[in-house]
Design a protein around this ligand. Structure first.
Ligand code: AMP
Ligand code: GLY
Length: 422
């Protein structure tokens, strides 16, 4: 069977590497993929948002199964279009992808179905939002309604910053139409946990928990990024927390989506905060997280394609989803200056992969002589698996030290918070 994976980052590389373990797969096509995946997949220069192009390619190349990984094509209806063309596909429909694509939709769903989350108000008028802020507690959390490349959340410590965030989103339209509506919500405190879960709309199978490190610099300083590294499992996700999450968050969310007429099939990402009043939802994503996927999938023992097909065929209840007892750590090597301005085009020297070390390539391309060159902000995800979090961290850093490109930088404290908890 030939498979297609839509997307181009480290997450997609991890998906492709995990899918490849299935012996029935002949060729994996990555649309568009990146130069660093060329050994694992055939990269085809069709953009992830080119829905017509993706469907045409899938039909012409007799694709047996398609995996749509990023949020944008999901929100544009890529899975609806592929399925309509007869291509079995993994990922939520456009209607179900609203759980990420509209923060207002997600907040209203949680309120209506009693899923614990931060208290909030929705505004369509900037003056009303600013008037509300004068009475709201600080810090204030201001979120653009729509997709904003992970930058649509501002945590304002002062009233001035909060008002400026409202002006930027609603008046200056820095996120385009995504800021036409904003959510202003209560500031929550506690360790964050990411849980990716397979669901076919009825059954939910959480994967091993993980912890992202969103800020650019050590000690959670600097700007918010797409994620500078991850560890799994997350020690704050105790058995007790997991049980509460299943009963108070995961199952109620799945049932709510079904009741709303848009059952969620695919990977649902629960961004959670373990507050002193119990676990609460910070955000939903309608897809695998990046770089969470780079630590979760190396620990998956079951066959990924089989699970994805069970999700699509709504037979997940009969499908085993098993993870190893080990741990994993992913250190993201980025270009100096990320998440703002950075240079590209530097040659990359990789550490060879082993059974326990894998480098997932996120932002790279092949040069004229087939050499690998940097081509993005987040360039590599150097990942190690081991028997414990401590050992995984040590191995990942040892591999990162042997990996090289000019202007590389990475956080030195990935996993430290988890180790301190342990
Ligand atoms: P998001 O882009 O929705 O993942 O949000 C980015 C980050 O902002 C999250 O990972 C949290 O660290 C933080 N955040 C979002 N909402 C809240 C909230 N209500 N209280 C505290 N922190 C938040
Ligand atoms: N790592 C956070 C995300 O994928 O949205």
């Amino acid at each position: 069977m030939n498979i297609l994976v839509v997307g181009s980052g480290g997450r997609e590389h991890a998906l492709i590497k995990a899918l490849k373990k299935n012996q029935e797969i002949e060729t994996i096509y990555a649309l568009p993929g990146n130069g660093g995946m060329a050994k694992d997949a055939v990269c085809v220069p069709i953009g992830a948002k080119d829905i017509d192009g993706i469907v045409k390619f899938a039909v012409e190349n007799k694709i047996g199964f398609a995996v749509v990984a990023p949020d944008d094509p999901l929100a544009l209806g890529a899975v609806d279009a592929l399925e309509a063309a007869g291509i079995p596909s993994f990922g939520p429909t456009k209607a179900a992808a609203r759980i990420e694509a509209s923060k207002v939709f997600a907040k209203e769903l949680m309120k209506q179905y009693g899923v614990p989350t931060a208290a909030y108000q929705v505004f369509t008028d900037p003056d009303a939002a600013k008037a509300y802020l004068k009475t709201a507690p600080l810090p204030a959390v201001i979120k653009a309604d729509g997709l904003a490349l992970g930058k649509g959340v501002i945590i304002a410590l002062t009233l001035e910053d909060a008002e400026a965030a409202v002006s930027d989103m609603m008046e200056n339209k820095v996120f385009g139409d995504s800021g036409s509506r904003v959510v202003i919500e209560e500031f929550l405190e506690g360790p964050e946990v990411s849980v990716l879960a397979f669901t076919d709309g009825k059954t939910v199978r959480p994967m091993v928990s993980s912890m992202d490190h969103k800020r650019a610099l050590d000690g959670d300083q600097g700007l918010n990024t797409g994620g500078m590294g991850t560890i799994a499992p997350n020690p704050y996700y105790t058995e007790e927390v997991a049980e509460r999450c299943m009963n108070e968050i995961f199952l109620p969310t799945i049932r709510a989506m079904e009741k709303e007429g848009c059952p969620f099939k695919g990977c649902l990402y629960f961004g959670l905060m373990v507050t002193k009043n119990g676990p609460k939802v910070i955000e939903y994503n309608c897809r695998f997280g990046d770089p969470e996927t780079q630590v979760v999938l190396p620990l998956l023992k079951s066959d990924l394609l089989t699970i994805m097909q069970a999700v699509r065929n709504e037979t997940l209840a009969d499908c085993p989803v098993e993870f190893s007892d080990g741990a994993a750590c992913c250190v993201v090597m980025a270009s100096q200056g990320y998440p703002q301005h950075y240079e590209k085009g530097f040659p990359i020297t990789l550490t060879p992969d082993t059974d326990e070390i894998t480098t997932y390539v996120a932002g790279a391309k092949l040069g004229e002589n087939g050499e690998l060159l940097t081509n993005g902000g987040r360039v590599l995800g150097v990942t190690a698996t081991a028997g414990s979090i401590k050992a995984a961290i040590e191995k990942a850093y040892a591999a990162a030290e042997k990996t090289h490109f000019d202007n590389a930088f990475y956080r030195r404290d990935i996993g430290q918070r988890a180790l301190n908890k342990e």
